[in-house]
Design a protein around this ligand. Structure first.
Ligand code: FAD
Length: 388
């Protein structure tokens, strides 16, 4: 069995799958991907039918990155000969005194030249009578928002990585890593591998792997849940009749049209309890669910119905909820990424940037804000701001 590679990607969730694909496009069979569970497992942060993709972001830099994310998904779609991204349009709801300043979004899109519309409550309900909102509510509408179909995107990244010659091993938990001056030794599933360049894309398990480099990041992991509602009016919530939406306040709720399950999906951003990758459960939280039910009954009453399913999932967030995307200062042959619980829409782009860092040692993309040794990540007890 081949055990010597130029590149090893550790963790084949959404971002790791993107990284092996973009690495394999340039380094083919010199790429190995290692995953502790089975490919497509549901224990991390990347396994569900849908994730929101949008250009409406809170800084011009993220808006530009989001543009690049769309281009990168388009490059994958063309290469794989399949379509992935589903554009539904997207609504960002706000009201006077909302905790998330919508002006950050409008100013950032203005700065990046991204068009959007401002809609008042009457216009929102004229276009989407499924919503019931008071006169004080308004929304910005951006037509390119939509769905990144996570399960399908991961499968296409994996299929194409293999097509370029990469080797992907699942059921291969990495239990030890040693940097031997330019050559890295990785013990996984009882086999010792060697490589020149390593990518760590381990999500909620990141600190378990950084331990081998004497490092630890102040990451917060929460157990989130999403609910699919078995409404009798499902036809009203199909992707051509209902947008993705985000309620830009605290608590912050968001949702999707019918996609992957026979009913619309709703969840809360950062609504879950803090856990670790080891202590998390797969049991839905009753209070969390009660919050979702109350929101749906009040603002999208025709979406309500018996629950089809509830899925739990892990958020992994640095204190500023910005990505970690960098090489380790004392191990420049090791690249690392943390998706900050907003990373799926960027999964292929982040994978591409990681391949740049691994192969070229640099990238054209501005990753300065995502440094692994930025001040807030070096603090013992950093202030946390997860609401973006
Ligand atoms: C409920 C929910 C809703 C979300 N909604 C959105 C959204 O709408 N839009 C958006 O852009 N983002 C969204 N996100 C965030 C996004 O899904 C994540 O940021 C992204 O999927 C994280 O991907 P990842 O590859 O870093 O992590 P993961 O998918 O968790 O992958 C990490 C992988 O590393 C593997 N691994 C860990 N340790 C080892 C080891 N020792 N050996 C081998 N393998 C190992 C794990 O098994 C896992 O497969 C959401 C997340 C959740 C949970």
């Amino acid at each position: 069995m081949k055990t010597d590679y130029e590149h090893i990607v550790l963790g084949l969730g959404g971002i790791g799958a993107g990284a092996v694909y973009w690495l394999a496009r340039r380094a083919g069979s010199q790429v190995l991907g290692l995953e502790q569970f089975e490919l497509g497992h549901g224990r991390g942060g990347s396994q569900d039918h849908s994730r929101i993709i949008r250009l409406s972001y809170h800084t011009p830099h993220y808006v530009e990155m989001a543009k690049n994310a769309y281009e990168t998904w388009a490059a994958l779609e063309e290469d794989a000969g399949t379509s992935l991204i589903v554009k539904t349009g997207g609504l960002d709801f706000t009201r006077p005194g909302a905790a998330i300043p919508i002006s950050d979004y409008t100013e950032s899109m203005d700065a990046a030249g991204v068009p959007y519309e401002w809609l008042d409550a009457a216009e929102i309900m004229r276009r989407w009578p499924q919503f019931r909102v008071g006169d004080e509510v308004s929304a910005l509408y951006q037509e390119q928002s939509g769905i990144a179909p996570a399960i399908r995107c991961n499968a296409v990244h994996v299929r194409m990585a293999r097509a370029y010659g990469a080797t992907l091993r699942d059921g291969a938990a990495v239990t030890a890593i040693r940097d031997l001056d330019g050559e890295i030794e990785v013990l996984a599933g009882g086999t010792t591998y060697r490589c020149r360049k390593l990518v760590i894309a381990a999500g909620a398990w990141t600190n378990n792997l950084l331990f081998h480099f004497g490092r630890k990041l102040p990451l917060t992991i929460t157990q989130e849940q999403v609910a699919y509602y078995g409404t009798p009016h499902a036809e009203e919530f199909m992707p051509d009749r209902f947008p993705i939406w985000i309620w830009m306040d605290v608590p912050c709720f968001y949702g999707f049209p019918v996609y992957g399950e026979p009913g619309p999906k709703v969840s809360q951003d950062v609504g879950g309890k803090e856990v670790t990758a080891e202590t998390r459960t797969f049991d839905p939280d009753r209070n969390y669910q009660a919050r979702l039910d109350a929101f749906v009954k009040q603002y999208i009453p025709r979406a309500y119905g018996p629950l089809i399913t509830i899925k739990t999932c892990l958020y992994t967030m640095p204190p500023d909820r910005d990505f970690v995307l960098d090489t380790l200062p004392d191990h420049p042959n090791v690249a690392i990424v943390v998706g900050a619980a907003q990373g799926f829409k960027f999964a292929s782009l982040l994978g591409r940037i990681l391949s740049d860092l691994s192969i070229d040692g640099e990238t054209n993309h501005n990753i300065e804000p995502f440094r692994v040794d930025r001040p807030i990540l070096l603090k013992q007890d950093p202030p946390k701001n997860f609401m973006i």
